[in-house]
Design a protein around this ligand. Sequence first.
Ligand SMILES: [Zn+2]
Length: 66
Amino acid sequence: MAVVCPECDNPIVIDTDEVEEGETLQCDECGLDLEIVSVDPLELAPVDVTGYDDEDATPIVDEEDE
Ligand SMILES: [Zn+2]
């Protein structure tokens, strides 16, 4: 089974017998990380870089070390 990369339309062939929900793979063409959100039907979603979630990800930028 094949899906197309949402980023570059590169066809990505996936053997649904060998993957599981929650697995991630990478597009060979553009390097986009894709997470398998569903196997049947096969559905992929781009893995967002952390930052959209409301996590404790406060960057420390106010550190003065001079
Ligand atoms: Zn791609």
